[in-house]
Design a protein around this ligand. Sequence first.
Ligand code: OGA
Ligand code: NI
Length: 364
Amino acid sequence: MAAKSQILVETPSSASSLTPPMSISCVKELVESNTLITSIPSNYIFSTNLSDDQVVTEELPIIDFSLLTSGSPDQRSKIVHELGKACQDWGFFMVINHGVPENLREEMLNACQRFFDLTEEEKREYAGKHVTDPIRCGTSFNASVEKVFFWRDFLKVFVHPEFHSPGKPPGFREISSKYCKRTRQVAIELLKGISESLGLQEYYIDNEMKLEKGFQILAGNLYPPCPEPELAMGMPPHSDHGLLTLLIDNCIGGLQIQHKGKWVQVNSLPNSFLVNIGDHLEILSNGKYKSVLHRAKVNDKTTRVSLAIAHGPSLDTVVSPAPELLNSESNKPAYSGMKYRDYMELQQGSVLNEKTSLDRVRVK
Ligand code: OGA
Ligand code: NI
């Protein structure tokens, strides 16, 4: 039987079996309690050979944020054009000169690491609850419905319109409050530029998606060293819900994005944000800008910490393609409307698998 202090996540027993549900502990615990772990448990085998996938290194588009906010009108329209091109060609880009201080980014990553370093007993307060709980930590993505687990522990916190924070570790609340305010400003400015790049008014997305009450989630990810990295997966190929996600990590590579049928290894510039388009920008733009598949690989040497801040509409917004982008002949709505809250709960409560949540609202 598992030690009392472990974070336990109930996993389903198969419907026909009478065996009780088994429980799994977090990956950090698994790695640290087995100093000589040389192979992974079979329920972490995602694929028998991930090294067969073709992975290439390519430069992502780079967006100079300062030109968007304080450039001349000419510079701004040039960068709006580049932003539109990055959204259309890649769905993923790097943002530089964003003004968020480097030490705040470092303190935030450090605070996440310190959260994962809390004792299992301390973390248990936030463990294994419902997807609508404002603070939730756990392992894999959704261990209660998964058969194969991911080599990842996570912390998810709702930070806007209502700000939440775990009470521990010391300083987490202050740092995350500061950091999330800053990334929210960056996301809102980017969304103004993106609105314009779609030929809409600057404040179109802001107004229609009710960003004043926009839903923002902090997601900290911990990927401990994995003895068989070619068999396990930190996060499987998926797209994010919401409009824009801003990601940073502790400079240990692992993020890969899908581009033109290949996996591209992402090497971010120092002090940059990796930004990707979420499903709701795909819906709003009627598929002109697509949410991009990405995944997190693991390695056998170092712990990787990443922090994704997802920015979405307000939870009560029904998101459907912008009527301004449709016409009756050639551009019909390709997605049906769904309330963001329902979509988010659907995605978070399912097995994470490519773009299966978006497929639910796609017009067939
Ligand atoms: C996510 C995500 C990738 C990473 O949290 O949604 O895609 O590199 N993370 O950790
Ligand atoms: Ni993601």
